[in-house]
Ligand binder design. Structure first.
Ligand code: ZN
Length: 224
């Protein structure tokens, strides 16, 4: 099954699906819940395009690699090339859409990697590790420093926050990333997860939301 970026009205987006640039510990309350220090610069990592899936019709999680944690995040679709410290204006102009996404994480595997001071790819980049809902057009969100984000599982709100709680807000974060390496049309930035992460189970029903903008219902597929 191949994934292609699309808007919520079903319009397909004619950018290739690129890399997914993620930021760890971008909400102080989440850093604290995992006993991590609050970073002094953005903690970046990358998921490859091969891990991106749509939540439509449910999604699968690995079943034999320990706990799989959900992390709801505000995803930003890049629509124009950005590199070398773009201005705030250029950065805003390059944003093509926003969506709720899940940064799925093999938490037990990640703990082991962290103990060894090894990179996180094995815990973060498995097939299906980025569950990406359809995008709302970037122009529909006026203030990137005031975007609500919420995850409800089996009727219970588990994560509920707003981009104003970010340590590195959306625009400065993307400017910083583009100062490190180029962002291309079709790349996605996951802007970090708020507090409330936890394990997923087969059959869980999820509602991924940017309240006021988009709501997407999905579930964790059961193994045959
Ligand atoms: Zn994350």
């Amino acid at each position: 099954m191949s994934y292609q970026h699309q808007y919520i009205d079903g319009t397909r987006i004619h950018f290739p699906v690129g890399k997914v640039v993620c930021v760890g510990r971008n909400y102080a309350a989440h850093a604290k819940e995992l006993n991590n220090p609050v970073p002094t610069e953005p903690l970046l990592f990358i998921k490859p395009s091969s891990c991106v899936v749509s939540p439509e019709g449910g999604f699968s999680i690995p079943h034999d690699r320990g706990a799989v944690h959900y992390e709801i995040e505000i995803a930003v679709l890049i629509g124009k090339p950005l590199s070398r410290q773009p201005s705030e204006e250029e950065t805003l102009d390059a944003i093509s859409g926003f969506a709720p996404a899940l940064d799925l994480t093999l938490r037990d595997v990640q703990e082991r990697l962290k103990e060894k001071s090894w990179p996180w790819e094995v815990a973060k980049s498995f097939d299906g590790a980025c569950v990406l809902a359809p995008f709302v057009a970037g122009s529909t969100i006026n203030d990137t420093a005031d975007i609500d984000v919420r995850l409800t599982i089996n009727g219970e709100v588990r994560q509920d926050s707003n981009s104003r709680e970010m340590l590195y807000p959306v625009l400065p974060l993307i400017q910083h990333i583009a100062g490190q390496f180029a962002l291309q049309p079709g790349d996605v930035v996951l802007t970090g997860t708020p507090a409330g992460v936890g394990p997923l189970q087969e059959g869980d029903e999820l509602v991924m939301e940017l309240p006021g903008h988009t709501t997407f219902s999905t579930f964790v597929l059961k193994r045959n």
